[in-house]
Design a protein around this ligand. Structure first.
Ligand SMILES: *Cc1c(COP(=O)(O)O)cnc(C)c1O
Length: 386
């Protein structure tokens, strides 16, 4: 019997956030999903990147996001846990998962390989390669992807202090993988929210150094993620600039004909795919108490990236604005927005504020602390602020 075809994620559709609040009068936060945004950026990646696009599932594993990306042509997925592998496999028949976490439990390696047919595994240390070798019989069907350490200053979040091998160790790992009968690949991650395209050239230069030391070409080169979102205080270069830099870096390498090029965008693919409608539950002078905050969907604000905010037009607002301190709903004093936010002088209890660009890491990192948990998703057809 054929596996049942999963239905596409079906969410209620509204023309705009204004229509959402008019219909639902929501006292709880609501994620506004914009599938047209997800689709257009996914097409830009699939058409502009010189290789295969893997979506980094951790960035936003919501079913609607996987659905929209898959429908737009993203068929490969960067997974970091067995749960992510299972989710991709069950929701998206035909999709391919790559196990891109350098440290995996033995059970996860075994199940990913046996149950889900995963054949790409990242390592950055000989002990992990040894672990894999004790579980997956060596053979050319399995690709050991060696993750390189890269210290690039132009990214907002650095990702190489925890993972990655320096060039000589990476070359030794690749040679070890080959000697055991596996094939090998190379990867790096320039850091998240990478503001300059040249970080990718730097990474590809390191890749070239490893290939020279190994003396045999890889079967894949994975340039990782890092493609930026457009925040109020952090913008980065244009997407095409990154693709140009990657092509330039690739052109300097003598890659075998059959070598695949991969990337693993998370933020860049989903940042514009969701906004969040919050409600003001109390105003005390210049302090506003919202129904979502630092323990909810606002990890990026907490870490210093600034999201565009606007009042949802449920009534007319004064044109004059002032700065407010915003608090989240939990009882922790640390549940406070780290910057003042400018809003109309006459905002009041019951008004709604929409925050844009919450699609990357916002839903993924929210917690249930104090019983507050945003979990309502609807689709809207309008762009933010239109
Ligand atoms: C988090 C992560 C990504 C996605 O990074 P973005 O900066 O969101 O693009 C890709 N690859 C790996 C290995 C990661 O850990």
């Amino acid at each position: 019997m054929d596996a049942p075809v999963r239905q596409k994620v079906d969410l209620p559709v509204y023309p705009s956030p204004e229509a959402v609040v008019a219909d639902l009068d929501p006292s709880y936060p609501i994620f506004c999903v914009r599938p047209h945004k997800i689709h257009s950026v996914a097409r830009r990646f699939v058409e502009g990147f010189p290789g295969d696009v893997l979506y980094a599932v951790k960035c936003n594993p919501e079913p609607h996001m996987l659905d929209a990306l898959f429908a737009a042509g993203v068929q490969h997925f960067d997974t970091a846990s067995l749960a992510e592998v299972a989710r991709v496999s069950e929701q998206l028949p035909g999709a391919t998962s790559y196990f891109m976490h350098p440290i995996k439990s033995r059970a996860a390696i075994l199940s990913a390989h046996r149950v889900y047919g995963v054949d790409h595994f990242v390592v950055d240390h000989p002990a992990e390669l040894e672990k894999i070798a004790q579980i997956i019989p060596p053979g050319p069907d399995t690709v050991i992807v060696v993750r390189l350490e890269i210290h690039y200053e132009g990214a907002v979040y650095e990702l190489s202090s925890k993972f990655g091998a320096p060039v000589p160790e990476a070359a030794a790992l690749a040679r070890d993988a080959l000697a055991r009968g596996y094939r090998y690949g190379l990867s790096f991650h320039v850091g998240s929210q990478c503001l300059e395209a040249e970080g990718f050239e730097m990474g590809l230069d390191l890749v070239g150094q490893v290939i020279t030391q190994v003396g045999e070409g890889p079967v894949c080169v994975d340039v990782g993620g890092g493609f930026p979102g457009h925040y109020l205080n952090s913008q980065g270069a244009e997407l095409d600039d990154y693709f140009v830099a990657i092509r330039k870096g690739l052109a300097t390498l003598a890659l075998p004909e059959e070598c695949r090029v991969l990337c693993e965008p998370g933020r860049g693919l989903c940042v514009d795919g969701e906004s969040l409608i919050t409600q003001i539950h109390l105003r005390k002078d210049d302090a506003l108490y919202l129904n979502d905050g630092m323990y909810g969907s606002f990890i990026e604000e907490k870490l210093g990236l600034q999201l565009p905010a606007r009042m949802v037009g449920s009534r007319p607002f004064a044109s004059q604005t002032k700065e407010y301190t915003l608090y989240g709903p939990t009882c922790d004093s640390l549940d406070i927005f780290p910057r003042p936010i400018s809003l109309p002088v006459d905002v009041a209890e019951g008004d709604w504020i929409e925050f844009d660009r919450i699609g990357a890491y916002g839903t993924a990192c929210r917690t249930q602390f104090n019983g507050f948990y945003a979990d309502t998703f609807i689709k809207v057809e309008s762009d933010f602020g239109d």
